[in-house]
Design a protein around this ligand. Structure first.
Ligand code: GLA
Length: 399
């Protein structure tokens, strides 16, 4: 970890611990951090038991936490409008906790549902992960609770199990039918690497070296500020379409259709399912190809793979939107090596791989293209592959 990241983490940990003291009285038992993510390639493949290649962001959700012995859960967020939500762990039930508090409460519920001996806690959150930008702010929130509870209640669960618990919270408690990629990225990523995820067996994930600095490359995130909402039904409909296609093909999941068999399989399917299947199968192949290039140390070769992935999401899966398409085109026209929307789609963010020194030219070109099209200015972030969820404190001398 670089010295600057370490210093930032330390001073943010101090700040959340201070706020915790003001809110709840006394010091927290600890401070934990869980990152947001971008996915490099492998989109809408996780719920098809397929492959993905996410990396964790330097942007994190911080959680100052302390156990309680009375079974109460008190939740406060620096971004939650000021109030503290108070709940009884024993009374947690799916759908019963609205708004942001549903995500952390859902993790406590999912741990208890899985039979783990967990009780109450005081929790204060503060986050630098932009929300609604397709960068997995919800997974960061969930995974911060998962790692904190794991330690506070002595559970010692492996990372993929914590990711499963967090996904279960989102699926069953909040009601969003997401796959496991975001939670796996938030828990299991390591710095300077992307995570090669096999969603069928998340415990078999591998770290793939993804050092950008040494290769003279940079990764830009362009947040289009078009808010995506996975709960709006479109994601669930796509997921259901994929499951129907797999059933028609007599396969457990679309992951089981090899790319070489696509030409034979597609004509047997109803027309509306053809582009979905084509996307998932070719996207899985793109993940494998990207991993092979990265293992050879050819990071720049990722560029065309990203761009091909975007074309497939735009033309076959149809989850891009005018703003993400424009960001990709403008970035490529300004010399980006590759660009694509990242995450679930319907807005959110675009990633662009650029040569060092081209960041401002590419960012400026996208901003100008947005202005010319009458869109709100995008938010630009330069990111590096960061570490997954971890304990930060308590900082020395605060307890
Ligand atoms: C969202 C979901 C993930 C995954 C992506 C699309 O981020 O939370 O599980 O399905 O969309 O790849």
């Amino acid at each position: 970890m670089s010295r600057t990241v370490q210093r930032d983490d330390d001073s943010r940990a101090h700040r959340v611990a201070d706020t915790f003291r003001q809110l709840f009285g006394g010091a927290p038992d600890g401070v934990w951090a869980a990152p947001g993510r971008v996915n490099l390639i492998g989109e809408h493949t996780d719920y098809n038991d397929g492959f993905a290649l996410p990396m964790a962001l330097p942007q994190t959700t911080l959680l100052a936490a302390r156990t309680r012995t009375d079974g109460r859960l008190r939740l406060h967020s620096a971004h939650g409008g000021g109030g503290t939500t108070e709940l009884a762990v024993a009374e947690l039930a799916p759908g019963a906790v609205p708004g942001w508090a549903g995500y952390p409460a859902g993790v406590v519920w999912a741990l208890a549902e899985a039979g783990h001996p967990v009780g109450g806690a005081d929790l204060h959150f503060d986050s630098t992960v932009p929300s609604g930008a397709g960068l997995s702010s919800s997974a960061a929130l969930e995974c911060a609770v998962a790692v904190a509870y794991d330690e506070l209640y002595g559970l010692r669960l492996p990372g993929p199990e914590l990711a499963r618990i967090a996904q279960r919270a989102e699926n069953a408690f909040v009601g969003v039918p997401c796959g496991i990629m975001d939670q796996m990225a938030s828990v299991c990523c390591t710095a300077e690497a992307a995570l090669h995820l096999d969603a069928r067996t998340p415990e078999d994930h591998r770290q793939v070296p993804f050092g950008l600095e040494g290769r003279g490359l940079r990764l830009l995130v362009i947040d289009t500020r078009v808010t995506h909402d996975l709960g709006d039904g479109a994601y669930a409909a796509l997921r259901a379409g994929c499951e129907r296609a797999a059933a028609l093909l007599g396969l457990p999941a679309l992951r089981d259709l090899p790319a070489a068999e696509l030409p034979k399989a597609l004509p047997a399917l109803p027309g509306d399912l053809v582009p979905l299947v084509r996307h998932v199968v070719t996207e899985n192949a793109r993940v494998e190809e990207a991993v092979a290039r990265l293992r050879e140390g050819d990071v720049a070769a990722l560029g065309p793979i990203l761009t091909a992935g975007h074309a497939s999401l735009r033309d076959d899966y149809r989850v891009s939107c005018p703003e993400t398409d424009l960001a990709v085109t403008a970035a490529l026209d300004a010399g980006a090596l590759g660009a694509r929307m990242t995450g679930g789609g319907f807005g959110g963010s675009v990633i662009a791989l650029v040569e060092a020194g081209r960041e401002s030219a590419v960012g400026g070109a996208v901003t100008a293209a947005f202005a010319a099209a009458g869109h709100r200015p995008p938010h630009l972030l330069e990111v590096t592959p960061a570490a997954g969820a971890r304990r930060l404190g308590p900082p020395a001398g605060t307890r």
